[in-house]
Design a protein. Structure first.
Length: 495
């Protein structure tokens, strides 16, 4: 390590965010531009280069974290970029979007604030682009084999880039009009500006990957026809079948799924729309669901100019420190975390009746009620205990002109016909069945990412994309030198 006492002498400092009043008036990323690089070398110096780096185990990509921390501390950015890209195709995405399970597994986190691994990763990725350390890497020769990748989220793009670099001819099919999947239309601009995505897509195109947007496999092109056209097919459509809320009044106008609301806001940022038809401007918004998607809706509604925004979380409010008995180090603990959107809601007081920031914890939706025109006007809730049992005398209502359901996803959407046309077998929970080699029941068809694993983190998505690429490469050529960081059966560390 560069400084053996760095973790003892240097306190943790995170990338500072722009003032709330400033950032809610635009859609730019929430962090202060240029404020990361001046602090990052000292932060990387806090890494202890411990003998058993659990950050490796906590990250499904197997990122070589102590190595690139040391290189950044020594100001060797080119070597750091090489080590980072050795395990991660898209560190500029994960450095902004990943919740950083690696930091929960940091050995320093046993009794001190963890190393700012995510910030160091983002700094390396951005510096790599600025300095030209991430050039296109087209293959030296082509294999003559062809692969179709269905879906252009992080799994599909990672698989496509790996297979292209291995020499195969890869075409990525995306049903939306632009490439990127949920990174394009699900992730708000204030969390990741789309220029980062565009830059990586340009690199992939230069390497030889081909893209077919506005093409829904199963509808615009038959799935069986596609399978016959290519030597292998990778299904990486994600888990886009959203979960429903079956309560009285669900049919009222003004109640929408989060993934109906967020894409429209992103299209405004793309310049497709002047104003979203589901804009929250001047409306009382209630978000049902306490996860990251709900937080994305929260930050978006604030920027829309909502009259009020409240987020409901069915779980009890977690503590601010790790429960060593229930969630010992190095597992990822459930803590009270203040995302940028929650910080904004707290400072702007978007939900005066909330428990903390904009969130009402331990809250279960009972029903919706509306006006004579059939539009939602109120959400009725009740407080629940840790087993989700209603607590007597706690029922109340919140004003609601716009309700957003952010309850997660169960598996791939079957509406386009892809799953049924290929005859893919599904698990009882709705995900695609596959074997230890990522292969489905249909020869030559592989499944990876949320479509098969279920809803997960971006680091797992990229790891699965890299691993399925190795499996496809073996299927096509008999062997593979591509890395396979995870198996279909790997799961995050747990108690």
């Amino acid at each position: 390590m560069a400084d053996p006492k760095g973790f003892m002498t240097t306190p943790r400092r995170d990338w500072p965010r722009r003032p709330v009043e400033e950032r809610v008036r635009d859609w730019d990323e929430v962090y202060v531009p240029g404020a990361l690089l001046p602090i990052i070398s000292k932060q990387a110096d806090r890494c202890m280069d411990c003998g058993v780096p659990f950050c490796h185990e906590a990250c499904p990509l197997g990122n070589l974290i102590p190595e690139w921390n040391d290189l950044v501390a020594r100001d060797d950015w080119r070597a750091a970029a090489d080590r980072l890209h050795a395990t991660n195709n898209f560190p500029e995405f994960t450095g902004r979007l990943c919740p950083a399970p690696c930091e929960a597994g940091c050995v320093l986190a046993i009794n001190q604030p963890a190393v700012t691994i995510k910030n160091v990763e983002c700094a390396i990725a951005d510096r790599a682009w600025e300095e030209g350390f991430a050039p296109p890497r087209p293959p030296d020769r082509l294999s003559g084999r062809t692969v179709a990748v269905i879906g252009s989220g992080p799994t599909g793009l990672a698989a496509a880039q790996q297979l292209t670099r291995a020499g195969h001819t890869v075409v990525v099919y995306e049903k939306d009009d632009r490439i990127g999947g949920l990174m394009r239309y699900g992730i708000p601009e204030f969390k990741m500006e789309k220029r980062h995505l565009e830059r990586r897509l340009e690199q992939m195109g230069t390497e030889g990957t081909r893209f077919r947007a506005s093409t829904a496999v199963g509808r615009d092109i038959g799935a069986a026809e596609l399978r016959a056209r290519y030597d292998a097919v990778v299904v990486a459509t994600g888990a886009t079948a959203w979960r429903e809320l079956h309560v009285a009044g669900r049919e009222l106008a003004g109640i929408h799924q989060a993934m109906e609301y967020l894409p429209l806001a992103n299209r405004v940022c793309e310049g497709d729309l002047e104003r979203s038809p589901l804009s929250a401007q001047g409306r009382h918004v209630v978000i049902v669901g306490g996860g990251d998607t709900g937080a994305d809706c929260l930050g978006t509604a604030i920027r829309d100019g909502a009259a009020s925004v409240t987020q409901l979380d069915i779980y009890t409010q977690p503590g601010e420190t790790r429960d060593e008995d229930a969630e010992p180090w190095p597992v990822y603990p459930k803590l009270y975390r203040l995302s940028a959107a929650h910080e904004e809601a707290r400072d702007l007081r978007t939900a005066p009746a909330a428990d903390a920031d904009a969130r009402v914890f331990a809250a279960s939706t009972l029903r919706f009620t509306g006006d004579a025109d059939g539009h939602v006007r109120a959400l009725h809730l009740v407080e629940v205990d840790e087993r989700r049992r209603p607590l007597p005398g706690t029922a109340r209502e919140l004003p609601a002109d716009l309700v957003l359901l952010a309850l997660g996803f169960s598996g791939p959407d079957r509406e386009d016909g892809l799953v049924d046309q290929l005859g893919l077998v599904l698990e009882p929970r709705g995900t695609i069945t596959r074997d230890a080699d990522f292969a489905t029941n249909v020869r030559g068809v592989f499944a990876a990412g949320d479509a098969a694993r279920g809803q997960s983190l971006i680091v797992w998505a990229i790891a699965e994309g890299r691993a399925v690429a190795a499996a496809v490469d073996r299927h096509l050529t008999g062997s593979s030198r591509l890395p396979a960081p995870v198996s279909p059966y790997d799961r995050p560390m747990s108690v």
